[in-house]
Design a protein around this ligand. Structure first.
Ligand code: ADP
Ligand code: MG
Length: 353
């Protein structure tokens, strides 16, 4: 069992600051996701927790005790990577047992633990095979098995599903959530895929350029992003951003549109951006009231249950997830309704909400 706390972690490689004042508090037994684009500092954060990398400044604590100076083995955390790194000449059973062999666990106890883990991961029928005879998904389960068999205090997982095809990734998300519930230990999971993070996390920390942008539940980071980066990175489709300004309680778009200014915008000087997700926009006449922007259809992409429209509003193209009941054509003029209760405003220059 383990609560994992990072306080004020900084780490530089030569003149590149990979981590800058990173602080997170991971509750014991939670599924915590570090989410961010490539190069954000996610792997470095995991390596600092595991003791594979020493921070320049800051502290890592396990259950309130500083890990400063503790070796990776003493920290007793297990890491799972996107490359499975299995031993090709050993069977699945031997691969899973390998961490136990290093610890002088007796053969009966070893066999029992390997079988338990294999059953939990649904690979008990594969124990005598070699890694070369397994699919990617099966290999990833063996790698997970090798981490689980040790019963470490926490699991650190670095984009473990990246090498799987889309369908399997989605299946494995549910499997990992089930596994987490079953073992009840702290999971710190690194991902660059916001859908994965939203599906699995108790809490998400969004990391960008070595800095924590926001920590919260999936709902909090989706509904109340603290800045433009979080708003555009989280969500199944990219948030639309429209340049505007406030004048006399009216939001005036650079492209000429006008909307009543939300309370948060009142008195805000200078340039703003209105952020609205495609799912919070609709086409006038679809039954949703609200305030409209006049535009022209630029592209139509049917998705089955919804249709994605790219709509030109002046010089800006925005994306709308519309109902598929009405046929839309390129070049057609329409009104796009904005749900202002679900809109976000950002300072144009700082990006802050
Ligand atoms: P992520 O896992 O989010 O993609 P990383 O933590 O791997 O990001 O890397 C963060 C930044 O630190 C990147 O710019 C990367 O190039 C740099 N970096 C990571 N490890 C090293 C290293 N050992 N030496 C030099 N630069 C590194
Ligand atoms: Mg990485």
């Amino acid at each position: 069992m383990s609560r994992v706390e990072l306080t004020g972690i900084a780490k530089s490689f030569d003149d590149l600051q990979a981590l800058d004042d990173v602080s997170v508090d991971v509750e014991d037994g939670s599924f915590f996701v570090l989410l961010g684009p490539s190069g954000a500092g996610k792997t470095t954060t995991l390596r600092v927790i595991a003791g594979l990398e020493a921070p320049d400044v800051g502290d890592v604590r396990f259950d309130g005790h500083s890990a400063g100076g503790a070796t990776p083995a003493e920290r007793d955390v297990a890491m799972v990577f996107q490359s499975y790194a299995l031993y090709p000449k050993q069977t699945v059973a031997q691969n899973i047992a390998s961490p136990l062999r290093a610890r002088n666990v007796g053969p009966d106890e070893m066999q029992k633990r390997v079988e338990e883990v294999a059953t939990l991961l649904r690979i008990d029928h594969l124990l005598q095979r070699h890694p070369g005879q397994l699919s990617g998904g099966e290999q990833q389960r063996v790698a997970l098995g090798r981490a689980l068999v040790r019963e470490p205090r926490a699991f650190l997982m670095d984009e473990p599903l990246t090498n799987l095809d889309v369908k399997l990734r989605v299946e494995m998300r549910a499997e990992l959530t089930r596994l987490h519930r079953h073992v009840g230990r702290t999971f710190i999971y690194v991902s660059n895929d916001q859908a994965e993070a939203m599906a699995m996390a108790d809490r998400i920390a969004v990391l960008h350029e070595g800095r924590i942008q926001q920590v919260g539940t999936p709902e909090e980071v989706y509904d109340h992003p603290v800045n433009r980066f979080v708003a555009t990175f989280v969500g199944s489709s990219r948030m639309n951003l429209l340049d505007c300004e406030v004048q006399d309680e009216v939001l005036i778009g650079t492209d000429g549109w006008r909307l009543p200014a939300p309370p948060a915008a009142l008195g805000h000087p200078g340039r703003l951006q209105l952020g609205v997700r495609p799912e919070d926009l609709s086409v006038a006449g679809e039954g949703s009231g609200g305030h409209a922007l006049r535009g022209v259809v630029y592209a139509v992409e049917p998705l089955g249950d919804r249709v994605l429209l790219d709509v030109e509003i002046g010089d800006t193209v925005i994306r709308v997830k519309a109902a598929p009941t009405v046929v839309h054509e390129v070049g057609q003029a329409l009104d796009v309704c904005v749900d202002l209760t679900r809109a976000h405003l950002f300072d144009h220059d700082t990006g802050l909400a």
